[in-house]
Design a protein around this ligand. Structure first.
Ligand code: KG4
Ligand code: ZN
Length: 347
């Protein structure tokens, strides 16, 4: 079975081919260069770039997978959440393709894709998956921070979520305050490796709260105050200050996540921790959550390649594979409405 999947939810145009349970291609055309100048994603520019790049990315994905369009059995697309006018590009392309090829469609939730992206590490057999569940799943991206209880693939119950900024967004905003460019997450991580431990400390958010909800806006404000006080004292921010502040921010943010995961694990008895989303590319995030899993005798799963952490179509193909198994298939040419706030959790 070949699934062709498309994601145009934000600033990456991505097309993937999944053959049975093996990813044959996962092409990503990043728009970072276009949006960099604006310090964030500009929806109209994202839409235009998706339109311009789509055919090339599709062609590359098919060539790499060594398949042609007639070999495709199902066509999957991200329905949401994401930027409305960016989602629309992928959805329109997919509906047209499905009409032309008379192939059925699968409409996927982008967040389910992030959660299942670890399955892109290697081909699986369905029987391998049973021992993983129930699991606690974490989505850590630029737009979402969710902690979920997952009894089984396809069932997602919200345990906690950010009350304000997403974790990736907080990395990006603090990075921007430190003039580290866009997206700043990976650069903050890199700078933090050069920081002096405990030169500065920032408060761990919601430390006393007993829920698994998260918050990053107070930490962001505390980082901003620290930056201002450093500038006041020395007129400029030295490279060492930037490194020290990056480390202080990263430590507080990851400690916060780990504390909330501890609460989640107290609430639910599970067999594994699964993480997904752009922030999972961060080595310290992985390290701390892996240690937490070990401490609780749980298995730990994460997308190993960077292109499975960030937005990509392979994760959409994987989520689509399970949708097909659940019978959630749409007839060729069915109109799919984009859902910019498409929820994942059943609550
Ligand atoms: O999952 P993703 O590609 O897009 C969304 O669905 O939002 O996540 C992008 C986010 C950005 O905020 C980016 O700064 C962050 O992931 N990110 C990181 C790292 N790599 C990407 N944050 C911290 N450390 C990293 N190494
Ligand atoms: Zn994403």
């Amino acid at each position: 079975m070949n699934i062709l999947a498309i994601d145009t939810s934000c600033d990456e145009t991505s097309v993937s081919v999944l053959t049975n349970t093996s990813i044959k291609s996962n092409e990503i055309s990043s728009q970072v260069k276009i949006h960099k100048a604006w310090g964030g994603v500009v929806p109209t520019l994202a839409k235009r770039a998706h339109q311009q790049n789509f055919d090339t990315v599709l062609k590359k994905a098919l060539t790499k997978a060594n398949v042609s369009l007639k070999d495709i059995d199902f066509i999957a697309v991200t329905k949401g959440p994401g930027l409305a006018i960016a989602l629309e590009v992928g959805i329109a392309k997919v509906i047209q393709l499905s009409k032309d090829l008379h192939k059925p469609l699968l409409a996927v939730n982008h967040l389910e894709g992030h959660i299942l992206s670890f399955l892109g590490n290697k081909a699986w057999e369905d029987k391998d998956l049973e021992p993983l569940f129930p699991a606690v799943g974490v989505v850590l991206s630029g737009g979402h921070t969710l902690i979920l209880y997952i009894p089984n693939i396809g069932e997602y119950h919200l345990i906690g979520q950010t009350l304000d900024d997403a974790m990736g967004e907080a990395y990006d905003k603090v990075g921007r305050m430190l003039s580290l460019g866009y997206p700043a997450g990976p650069i903050v991580e890199e700078m933090a490796t050069k920081g002096i431990l405990n030169k500065y400390t920032l408060p761990v958010p919601l430390h006393a709260s007993k829920t698994a909800d998260l918050s990053f806006s107070g930490l962001k404000t505390a980082a901003s105050r620290l930056i201002d006080s450093c500038i006041k004292a020395q007129d400029i921010l030295s490279q060492q200050d930037i490194a020290d502040i990056s480390l202080a921010f990263e430590n507080a943010a990851i400690t916060h996540l780990t504390e909330k995961m501890r609460i989640a694990l107290r609430l639910k008895e599970v067999r594994s921790i699964i993480i997904g989303g752009g922030v999972c590319a961060n080595k310290n995030v992985r390290k701390k959550l892996r240690a937490l899993a070990k401490e609780h005798n749980l298995q730990f799963f994460f997308p190993k390649k960077r292109n499975l952490c960030v937005d990509n179509a392979a994760m959409i193909a994987i989520a689509a594979y399970f949708k097909e198994k659940r019978g959630e298939v749409l007839a060729s040419g069915t109109v799919i409405e984009r859902e910019p706030n498409f929820p994942l959790s059943l609550l």
